[in-house]
Ligand binder design. Structure first.
Ligand SMILES: Nc1nc2c(ncn2[C@@H]2O[C@H](COP(=O)(O)OP(=O)(O)OP(=O)(O)O)[C@@H](O)[C@H]2O)c(=O)[nH]1
Ligand SMILES: [Mg+2]
Length: 249
C-alpha cells in the first residue's frame, strides 16, 4: 500500500485537476480525508465524482450536491454524466489558469473498486483501462487520452493508512467476497444499513433475528452443508458477492 501512496503523490504532482471518486452506495465510507488533504496542500482543483449512480435512487445522492462542491454524478455503466464531468473539468482547469491550448492532466483517485478504470473507459467511449470485479486490479499508473484536450490518469485504489475496518472494506469491495472473514457479520451490517434491501432481493421475510434471515436465504437458494443444514458462511459470501457486483440494489 505504501508504494501506492507514492503513486498518489506523483499523480497529484503531475495533474492539473484531481477527481476523487466515491461509490454512490457508500459515499461516506469511500471518503478519503488523507487524499483530500494532499490535494488541498497541492492547491489544485478537486472534483468529487459519485460513481455507480445507476445503483441508487436519485434522492439518496442528491444530498451530496450541497455537501461536496463541486460534485458530479456518473454511471459508467449507463454512460450517464460523462459529458457533465468533462465540462466540469474544463471549467475547473480554466479557473486554475490552464491555457486553452494545453492538455489538461486529470488524476483519478479513490478507494479500490469505486470504478476509476470504468469511468475512464466511459469518458473515452471504449475500453482502454482494464477493469475487474476483483478489487485492487489496477496496479500502476495508466494514462488515457479521453478527449482532445484531456489526459486521464488511472491509479491503483488507496485506502487511508488508519483504516482497519474490515466490515467497511467488505462492503466497498476492497476485500474480495471470497477472502472475507465473518461474512455473516458483514451481511448483518449490510441489512442494518439498508433495511429490507437484502430480504427484498432474495424474496424472504424481514425478521428481527438477521441470522435467521440468512438461514432462510440459504434454504431458499439450496445453499446447504452435506447434512442438509443451511450453510451460513457460504450464503453470506454469496450475498456479499451479489452486493459487490451490484446485483442487489
Ligand atoms: N453498476 C455499476 N457498476 C460499476 C460502475 N462502474 C464500475 N462498476 C463496477 O465496479 C467494479 C470495479 O470497477 P473498476 O473500474 O475496476 O474499479 P477501480 O476503481 O478501477 O478498481 P481498482 O483498479 O481495483 O482500484 C467492476 O465490477 C465494475 O463493473 C457503474 O457505473 N455502475
Ligand atoms: Mg482500476
Amino acid at each position: 500500500m505504501g508504494k501506492f501512496w507514492n503513486l498518489v503523490d506523483k499523480v497529484i504532482k503531475d495533474s492539473d485537476v484531481l477527481l476523487l471518486l466515491l461509490d454512490a452506495r457508500l459515499v461516506e465510507e469511500t471518503m478519503n480525508p488523507e487524499v483530500e488533504n494532499k490535494v488541498e496542500e497541492s492547491e489544485k482543483p478537486l472534483i468529487y465524482v459519485i460513481t455507480k449512480c445507476d445503483l441508487v435512487d436519485k434522492d439518496v445522492v442528491e444530498v451530496y450536491k450541497k455537501k461536496l462542491k463541486p460534485c458530479v454524478f456518473i454511471s459508467a455503466k449507463k454512460h450517464f454524466g460523462t459529458k457533465i464531468l468533462r465540462d466540469r473539468i474544463l471549467i475547473e482547469a480554466e479557473k486554475a489558469g490552464i491555457k486553452t491550448y494545453k492538455t489538461i492532466n486529470v488524476g483519478v483517485l479513490g478507494y479500490p473498486n469505486v470504478g476509476k478504470s470504468s469511468l475512464i473507459n466511459a469518458m473515452k467511449g471504449k475500453k482502454s483501462a482494464p477493469t475487474s470485479i476483483i478489487s485492487g486490479y489496477t496496479k500502476n499508473l495508466q494514462m488515457v487520452r479521453t478527449h482532445k484536450r484531456m489526459m486521464l490518469m488511472d491509479t491503483p485504489g488507496v485506502i487511508p493508512y488508519s483504516e482497519k475496518d474490515y466490515i467497511k472494506h467488505a462492503l466497498i469491495g476492497t476485500i474480495d467476497f471470497n477472502q472475507i472473514r465473518e461474512a455473516d457479520i458483514v451481511v448483518i451490517k449490510l441489512m442494518e444499513k439498508y433495511s429490507g434491501m437484502i430480504e427484498y432481493f432474495y424474496g424472504v421475510d424481514t425478521q428481527k433475528d438477521k441470522e435467521e434471515t440468512i438461514k432462510e436465504i440459504a434454504l431458499k437458494r439450496g445453499i446447504l452443508r452435506k447434512g442438509g443444514e443451511p450453510d451460513i458462511t457460504k450464503t453470506a459470501k454469496t450475498i456479499i458477492r451479489d452486493w459487490q457486483t451490484g446485483k442487489i440494489k
